[in-house]
Design a protein around this ligand. Structure first.
Ligand code: FAD
Length: 287
């Protein structure tokens, strides 16, 4: 399919991009890697009249340590996330999750910012950001503001981003050294979106769970933060009976659609299976 006609803009600075989006109004959209937006335009599910390409803005790239946080520029590609030594040491779940996304061709171009700003419940990174307690930096004509990832997702393709706002960076508090982590994703084939997936980040103390966060991908209109399920596990050693209760609590917050990845009941059950697998893998990795 061929997309509708659009004008292309390539600002060189964040200020120029914010100004362009403010001037062009609701018919303009930021363009990052284009690996969600361009297919949507080709299917005529999106028809922006102006694309504001963010790729020439150097300030939106890069990965750095800042105090106890890691700050990742929105235009950092999935490929760059995979290759980062800093992330491999401090936030290894990002590499694991990036490797589960699409294929190398998509990851060379698709950005972390595009993945989390897109609002597609099938995107893998948002659940991981909920788990990690990430904060998104947003810039618009009214200035800059920060929104917690846990408050960002409001519905399918509906986020806290206001018209004309640009996600500039993702700030993630570094979990304690020795934390356990896992992203377990069930997909039909390489390159597919999740039938269901679960992210887990936990810490152990004396063999017991000291802290735990669980979030789910593609089993609801938004990524789901399974807070009640995670709370059940604190103080346990992941004994089978308590894991069963936590899995039931995680399944209970899902509302998957029946689609070509399977009926809703199956996808809900798979969210539970991915949760149990991610908990076991995270515990095995924790020290
Ligand atoms: C074959 C294929 C398989 C895929 N499989 C997966 C998968 O398994 N898991 C997965 O998570 N993704 C998958 N994707 C999607 C891919 O990860 C996209 O790259 C990602 O969803 C969007 O990132 P992007 O940089 O391409 O953003 P774009 O497509 O350019 O933008 C996506 C949306 O976000 C907005 N946006 C982008 N950046 C910003 C910003 N900085 N500030 C404000 N708004 C912004 C755009 O306006 C647009 O609405 C797949 C894509 C393809 C083509």
């Amino acid at each position: 399919m061929i997309p509708g006609a659009f004008a292309y803009h390539r600002p060189k600075s964040l200020a120029e991009a914010v100004g362009l989006l403010a001037d062009l109004g609701e018919d303009a959209r930021p363009l990052a890697g284009g690996h969600s937006l361009i297919p949507m335009m080709k299917l005529r599910l999106a028809a922006p009249e102006h694309l504001v390409d963010l790729r020439a803005i150097g300030d939106l790239k890069g990965i750095r340590s800042e105090g106890g946080d890691i700050v990742i520029g929105a235009m950092t590609t999935q490929h760059e996330v995979i290759g980062s030594e800093l992330l491999a040491g401090k936030l290894p779940i990002l590499r694991e999750t990036s490797l589960s996304i699409a294929d190398p061709q998509v990851r060379y171009v698709g950005t972390l910012g595009g993945n989390v700003a897109n609002g597609d419940p099938g995107n893998d990174m948002p659940a991981v950001m909920l788990c990690l307690g990430a904060t998104y930096h947003l810039a618009g004509k009214g200035g800059e503001r920060r929104v917690a990832a846990r408050e960002f997702y409001q519905g399918a393709y509906f986020t806290a981003l206001e018209a004309g706002e640009i996600l500039t960076a993702i700030r993630i508090p570094v979990p304690p050294a020795g934390h356990g982590h896992a992203y377990e994703k069930l997909k039909r084939k390489i390159g597919d979106y999740a039938t269901a997936a679960a992210a887990v980040v936990l810490t152990l103390s004396g063999g017991k769970i000291a802290s735990c966060a669980i979030a789910l991908t593609n089993v609801g209109e938004t990524p789901l933060f399974a807070e009640a399920a995670a709370k059940l596990l604190v103080g346990s050693a992941l004994e089978p009976a308590i894991v069963k209760q936590a899995v039931a609590a995680a399944e209970a917050i899902t509302a998957p659609a029946s689609d070509n990845r399977g009926p809703a009941a199956y996808r809900r059950k798979m969210a539970g299976v991915m949760t149990a697998r991610a908990l076991a893998a995270a515990k095995a990795r924790a020290s």
